[in-house]
Design a protein around this ligand. Structure first.
Ligand SMILES: NC(=O)C1=CN([C@@H]2O[C@H](COP(=O)(O)OP(=O)(O)OC[C@H]3O[C@@H](n4cnc5c(N)ncnc54)[C@H](OP(=O)(O)O)[C@@H]3O)[C@@H](O)[C@H]2O)C=CC1
Ligand SMILES: Nc1nc(=O)c2c([nH]1)NC[C@@H]1CN(c3ccc(C(=O)N[C@@H](CCC(=O)O)C(=O)O)cc3)C=[N+]21
Ligand SMILES: [Mg+2]
Length: 306
């Protein structure tokens, strides 16, 4: 090995799965104190409308994680053809049910429903997804909010990789209300200089090349190429894209929004893999948010170290 290759620091593949397991354990460790103080367990209600296979997988893993954390899981599965009014009635019941601390309505909803109206019906105090406009507004103005799980988990991984983010150039690609926009808010709160890029951004590759921190949340398989990344950048790949199955295979491979192998060859400092990166952090942060919501509803201090 030459001196040069020896000196080159090998890039770190951030183990989101292991980090998420640790976070889930910290949540589980904090649950007994809540039970002692509140006389009940934290409870999470998950509502799934329809039979989308990917959504069913996510809902099952959320249920398992909730039970594993020592919390109560309430699952509500509704027929695809249920009316929006019936869904709103269920949400009302969950809002007033004292055993329910968190409410998550799995997205996407069927086409005959209005996602915004459904999210608006959730009590902001129980909005563990952080999708309600009240929580989005609180995050934007710097008040105590429920923070969306995927950006929150992404930020935890960034701080783990980099420590203090202050002054860094961060580029977020994708401006959805559930990932890109709240991610930009969180990075701003950490004193990054934030660029929020989207489908109308000109010279996207040049914009991304300036970044110390890149968060890709686009939903386009391997769109971010290796030559878009500056050496030493830290890359968070939020994308979950299922490729078409290879000849004879049942399921296609899961890839992110970043061409990971190219990124590694481009000498990034650290990158999250897909699978095993941000995805598991989303579920761990949902557990965290549920416990936080339970504490706040019970008038208890936020759990420490979460
Ligand atoms: N790991 C996890 O836990 C989660 C993963 N995801 C994944 O993250 C990805 C993004 O999800 P989500 O935010 O909901 O997606 P949306 O489809 O809601 O938003 C996609 C964003 O990407 C932008 N975009 C689309 N094409 C381009 C392009 N060619 N160049 C630049 N920007 C582009 C869009 O721009 P415009 O606004 O101009 O249309 C939009 O802002 C998906 O792969 C999703 O599966 C999502 C949630 C959780
Ligand atoms: N109200 C609502 N809240 C959400 O948080 C929400 C939602 N709706 N709709 C769908 C998206 C997507 N999402 C993921 C969660 C976990 C993984 C995850 O654990 N992924 C694994 C792989 C899973 C697999 O193999 O398919 C991983 O990346 O390692 C991925 C994606 C939450 N979402
Ligand atoms: Mg819809």
């Amino acid at each position: 090995m030459t001196a040069q290759t020896q000196a080159k620091k090998s890039p770190q593949i951030i183990d989101g799965k292991a980090f998420a397991a640790e976070l889930r354990q910290r949540v589980a460790d904090a649950v007994p104190a809540f039970q002692q103080a509140a006389g009940r367990s934290p409870g999470l209600a998950v509502v799934l409308v329809g039979e989308d296979p990917a959504s069913q997988v996510y809902v099952r893993s959320k249920h398992k994680a909730t039970i594993a954390a020592g919390m109560e899981s309430f699952e509500h599965r509704l027929d695809t053809n249920v009316s929006q009014d019936d869904l709103l009635t269920l949400i009302d019941q969950l809002n007033t049910d004292d055993a329910v601390d968190g409410i998550l309505v799995q997205l996407p909803l069927p086409d005959h429903m209005d996602d915004k109206a459904v999210i608006a019906a959730i009590d902001p105090a129980k909005d563990v997804d952080g999708f309600h406009v009240v929580n989005a507004g609180r995050l934007a103005v710097g008040e105590e909010a429920m923070v969306p799980c995927t950006p929150l988990g992404s930020l935890m991984l960034l701080k783990h990789a980099l420590g203090d983010l202050s002054g860094m150039d961060a580029v977020v690609v994708g401006r959805s209300n559930i990932v890109g926009k709240p991610m930009a808010q969180l990075l701003l709160r950490e004193n990054c200089t934030v660029t929020l890029a989207h489908s109308r951004t000109r010279n996207l590759a040049d914009v991304v090349r300036r970044a110390d921190i890149v968060v890709a949340a686009v939903g386009r398989a391997e769109m971010v190429r290796g030559d878009w990344l500056k050496s030493g950048a830290v890359v968070i790949d939020v994308g979950i894209n299922r490729l078409p199955p290879a000849e004879g295979a049942e399921k296609g491979r899961l890839v992110g929004d970043v061409a990971t192998d190219e990124a590694l060859r481009a000498d990034v400092a650290a990158i999250t893999p897909v699978p095993g990166g941000v995805g598991p952090m989303t579920i761990a942060c949902l557990m965290r948010n549920t416990l936080v919501a339970a504490c706040r509803r019970a008038g208890l201090a936020d759990p420490e170290g979460l």
